[in-house]
Design a protein around this ligand. Structure first.
Ligand code: IMP
Length: 533
């Protein structure tokens, strides 16, 4: 080959002779006249320049106008995905879990309470026992709350004189469950006075080697509690989602748009809710707009995410009604048959771009909801303008989702996953059964059917997903994978990704069917697709 240019040091200069950067800008990519409406698998992002380590990439991103997460990952409000356990662990890992509402308002509020209590510096609302409580009572409370150290006070309430502490060790092998807790509780208490700072209290806890440190006023009345396991958790979860002045995890939950959802929301707010998602498959409705306005008026401190939407017009209605965030997606969910049955929806990549681009003009962050099967899809959702990514099926197989694992007919370990518009989920709603782990009654999501409907039209299916282990490993894998992807693209943050896409420096390519085959494993006789250790 005969070289046209001999001086290789001129390569960067010669590059400038080209009028456009290699690849397509986002508008050309998404020009539906040229390529049809695209979704995640239909395109790739071109690599940029790596000038930094992947670990330097910050993934902070807003979920509402007020609240920013350290990891842009959210679990769906579905009864096979998010109850308190998922919500707690998503928040500990820097994301957020949205507690579903296919259960009674009381059960949902109880789950919110569990999230808000889970990790605290000072537990300002500890579970307290009275001297007449029995060992059996303490065991029952341990089973209910998942922790086992309870202070005992004279009246069995906070702000009453502290007389002892009962721990798991005291009750675990105690032979007589009917004995009062006073017979087994520890009374050699190490306490700290009111006004102790968190740092001082942590020091006392460390040196005392006790599991719990009660904080008492000058009369010995219990006013709060500090827990060693919380101290450990604080150390182990540096990304945990918390508001700046709070030690509690951020909690989100979904509700419907019926009148009775107002009562439900009141209970959730009383339990400490920070963000509510108005859960409709088609959010641009009079019901949602009226509910949105009511929520903003009634609970001005509560952030409201509205949706779902897939068009600018839908987004505009909800932004005008006061939405603090939007949820984008119609028909892209893995258990969803909406597009097939209703003929309504939009390919997700285009939907995210159109809505997020419009909403960003008002500073309203968007969640790309549904259709996420791998890290690449997360990055593509972010590249289209989403600030956070919501996942259902991808998280349903983790040990933190509701329900038990079972062995499929092919001998694989699986967990149930079902669309909230599946006949099974809708029938549970009608029968008032609700979530798998909650003892729900009077359930009520109205996302896919109206009470007056005599015929249920399914918009989802019920099935199962493969075991994915714990999200305490899976979510860090997703986070690290996103960091590596952004490094390949050459951007240091999600903001920088958005900026690069908007100004045309982040480039794309449409993917043909054979390009897609090329991009996946091919030509191997057999292989093992282990994704992380
Ligand atoms: P996935 O992550 O692809 O499994 O999608 C999860 C999303 O699917 C949820 O957050 C909902 O927006 C959506 N979804 C849940 N249930 C249904 C349904 O029954 N029909 C249609 N969409 C659903």
């Amino acid at each position: 080959m005969k070289a046209e240019i001999q001086d290789h040091t001129k390569a960067l200069e010669v590059l400038k002779e080209y009028k456009t950067q290699d690849g397509l800008d986002v508008d050309t990519l998404l020009d539906s006249d040229k390529h049809g409406a695209l979704t995640y698998n239909d395109f790739l992002i071109l690599p940029g320049y790596i000038g930094f380590a992947a670990s330097e990439i910050a993934l902070d991103s807003p979920i509402t106008k007020r609240i920013t997460l350290k990891a842009p990952l959210v679990s769906s409000p579905m009864d096979t995905v998010t109850e308190h356990n998922m919500a707690i662990h998503m928040a500990l890992l820097g994301g957020l879990g949205v507690i579903h509402h296919n259960c009674s308002p009381e059960d949902q509020a109880e789950m919110v309470r569990k999230v808000k209590r889970y990790e605290n510096g000072f537990i300002s609302d500890p579970v307290v026992l009275s001297p007449t409580a029995t060992v059996a009572d303490a065991k029952e409370l341990k089973a209910k709350w998942g922790f086992g150290g309870f202070p005992v006070t004279e009246n069995g309430t906070l702000r009453s004189k502290l007389i002892g502490i009962i721990t798991t060790r005291d009750i675990q092998f105690h032979p007589n469950p009917e004995d009062p807790v006073t017979a087994v509780m520890a009374t050699d208490l190490v306490t700290a006075p009111a006004g102790t700072t968190l740092a001082e209290a942590n020091d006392v806890l460390r040196s005392s080697k006790k599991g719990k440190l009660p904080i008492v006023d000058e009369n010995g009345n219990l006013i709060s509690l500090l827990s060693r396991s919380d101290l450990m958790k604080n150390l182990h979860y540096p990304l945990a989602s918390k508001l700046p002045d709070s030690k509690q995890l951020i909690c989100a939950a979904s509700i419907g748009t019926r009148d009775e959802d107002k009562h439900r929301l009141q209970l959730l707010v009383n339990a400490g809710l920070d963000i509510v998602i108005l859960d409709s498959s088609q959010g641009n409705s009079i019901y949602q707009i009226e509910m949105l306005k009511w929520v903003k008026e009634t609970f001005p401190k509560l952030d409201v995410i509205a949706g779902n939407v897939v068009t600018r017009e839908q987004a505009a209605s909800l932004i005008a009604a006061g939405a603090d965030g939007l949820r984008i997606g119609m028909g892209s969910g893995s258990a969803c048959i909406t597009q097939e049955v209703m003929a309504v929806g939009r390919p997700q990549a285009l939907a995210v771009r159109r809505v997020a681009q419009f909403a960003s003009r008002f500073g309203v962050p968007c969640i790309a909801d549904g259709g996420i099967q791998n890290i690449g899809h997360i990055v593509k959702g972010l590249a289209m303008g989403a600030s956070t990514i919501m996942m259902g099926g991808l998280l349903a197989g983790t040990s933190e989702s509701p329900g038990e694992y079972f062995v499929s007919s092919e001998g694989q370990l699986v967990k149930a996953y079902r669309g909230m518009g599946s006949i099974a989920a809708m029938e549970d709603k009608k029968a008032g059964k609700g979530g798998k782990d909650s003892k729900a009654s009077n359930a009520g999501t109205a996302r896919y059917f109206s009470e007056k409907d005599r015929v249920l039209v399914a918009q989802g299916v019920a099935g199962s997903v493969l075991d994915r282990g714990s999200i305490t490993k899976f979510v860090p894998y997703l986070i690290t994978g996103v960091q590596h992807s952004l490094q390949d693209i050459g951007v240091r943050s999600i903001d920088a990704l958005h900026e690069g896409v908007d100004n045309g420096t982040v480039r794309f390519e449409v993917r043909s069917a054979s390009a897609m085959a090329e991009g996946n494993v091919h030509g191997l006789h057999s292989y093992d697709k282990k994704l992380y250790v």
